[in-house]
Design a protein around this ligand. Structure first.
Ligand SMILES: [Zn+2]
Length: 207
């Protein structure tokens, strides 16, 4: 990734830091994996997007801890997306990540004053607590039904459905949604099972 523009173009930085962390293990739709935690430019864009660039500079990224948190967040989103709900063990684990000391703080910006939580000690412990908090916020009643995972097994992009009717199914209709249409179209024409793979160049117009 070259810059922050690439970060946004790839679908990061939209709803929550937790979704960005989950999707930092990025599958391209055909099962090829990229781990953006290994990309300093991605990490810099991520920290800047969520306002943590300053507090992360003094410490290197705790790669193993972030990967551990990511695995928990992925388990949570996978379970919620299929209607299983949150397991007690995973809820306890998420609660553990939230435990970074903070105090209330009156912050001022151009609009006026707002009440915020501020870390007692800025750094990755606080950043990871904030990432966990952004996940916890999406698990609230009425919100968790909007947490979804792209059903393409070669993709698994996690997202928050912002549509009015909560009807979004795919990470991207033009990518995974279109591939699915191709599969079903071919299945109807040829009798090949709809689960058969579609190559990278596959599209309806080519058939
Ligand atoms: Zn997808």
């Amino acid at each position: 990734m070259d810059d922050a523009g690439g970060f946004v173009d790839e679908g990061f930085g939209l709803r929550s830091a937790a979704l960005d962390v989950i999707n930092s293990e990025h599958w391209d739709g055909f099962g090829h994996r990229t781990d953006h935690l290994d990309d300093p430019a991605w990490c810099a864009a991520f920290l800047a997007r969520w306002g943590w660039a300053d507090m992360a500079v003094s410490e290197p990224l705790p790669r193993a801890d972030v990967a551990l948190l990511r695995a928990l967040l992925r388990r949570l989103v996978n379970a919620v997306a299929v209607g299983q709900g949150v397991g007690d063990d995973d809820a306890l684990a998420l609660d553990g990540w939230l435990a970074s000391p903070a105090r209330r703080h009156l912050a001022r910006d151009a609009q006026g004053y707002t009440l915020e939580w501020a870390p007692l000690e800025a750094g990755w412990s606080w950043i990871m607590a904030e990432i966990a908090a952004s996940m916890a916020g999406m698990l609230a009643p009425q919100r968790h039904r909007r947490l979804k995972v792209c059903p393409n097994p070669g993709c698994r992009w996690a997202f928050y459905d912002e549509t009015n009717g909560n009807t979004r199914r795919w990470c991207n209709d033009r990518a995974c949604g279109n591939r699915d249409k191709v599969r079903r179209f071919r299945a109807r024409r040829t009798g090949v099972p709809a689960s058969a793979d579609v190559d990278a160049a596959g599209s309806i117009t080519e058939l």
